[in-house]
Design a protein. Structure first.
Length: 290
């Protein structure tokens, strides 16, 4: 299968540049991540009172726990007659979450990513695990998805259009802190810190979990709820930094590319943002009306 860069619907040069930067960053870095951390390219979920070891295997267990905790928070049924049968994973990485959900629910899963390298690797891993008939991945823009309206029961990511009536939407994401009632915007130092992170990781402007809730309300979605999970992901970024400082991590990093190295050097900025209460990690879930 030959995978090419996404064709975006926008002509905004800044958006196009952002998408190209994201794709190139993940083209470069995904092999490094898989080599060190396996096939789940997302945070782990850690019990707040648990002692966290330096074992990568423990962190991989925490990444699986993140998926299960998100499903539990969203009240996704474990009843075989009610489990989701069709899932889309937006920002799928190399497909670890999609393959896990396909095995867990017997569901069909489709993942999209801006990175051709990620999509190709995700499809290869699905085939190797005997899941090619259940799971597939393609290069696509999350803001212009190649799916018809109302296709999916469980929607992992953003946008409500493709969710089926009654379908569940789960958003697990970085946010900035909620603004106080007297504030109109973040403080200058906060904007500066987020700007540095955006530049390193090719991110768009940040929003708060309250902004997500307001957006979902404007779309007339139901059963909207959110929760701050910052404390449960706190050990993740220090663990990623420690893995990069091992001999295996350091030598692998040097073989990637400039964008990945810049991203690695920016990881302490993420920790700074967390420690100062600027960066939050939130889960927001809702349901599309029947």
């Amino acid at each position: 299968m030959t995978l090419t860069r996404v064709t975006t619907a926008t002509t905004d040069p800044s958006v196009v540049q952002l998408q190209e930067g994201i794709a190139e960053l993940y083209d470069e870095s995904s092999g490094l991540w898989e080599n060190l951390w396996g096939d789940h390219m997302h945070h782990g979920y850690y019990d707040s009172d648990a002692n966290v070891s330096d074992s990568i295997s423990d962190h991989r267990v925490a990444q699986i726990r993140m998926i299960d905790q998100a499903l539990r928070f969203a009240a996704v049924s474990e009843d075989p007659l009610k489990t989701p049968k069709s899932i889309v994973d937006v920002g799928c990485g190399i497909g670890g979450s999609s393959r896990y959900l396909a095995k867990k629910f017997g569901a069909t899963c489709q993942g999209i990513t801006l990175s051709p390298v990620q999509a190709q690797r995700a499809n290869a891993l699905a085939a190797a695990q005997g899941l090619a008939d259940k799971v597939s991945f393609q290069v696509a823009d999350a803001l212009n998805q190649p799916f018809p309206d109302g296709k999916f029961d469980l929607f992992v990511g953003e946008l409500a259009r493709v969710a089926a009536p009654g379908g569940t939407i789960i958003i697990v994401t970085w946010c900035h802190r909620d603004l106080a009632p007297t504030e109109e915007s973040l403080q200058p130092w906060e904007k500066e810190l987020l700007g540095k992170i955006n530049k390193a990781y090719y991110l768009p402007d940040w929003c708060s979990s309250a902004d997500y809730v307001n957006l979902l309300q404007s779309l007339s979605l139901q059963d909207i709820k959110s929760e701050d999970w910052t404390q449960y992901v706190a050990p993740f970024w220090p663990a990623v930094i420690r893995s990069a400082l091992t001999w295996k991590g350091f030598t692998s990093l040097l073989r990637t590319g400039l964008k990945t190295i810049k991203g690695a050097l920016a990881m302490p900025l993420m920790i700074e943002g967390y420690k100062k209460g600027l960066i939050k990690f939130a889960i927001i879930t809702c349901r599309k009306p029947e």
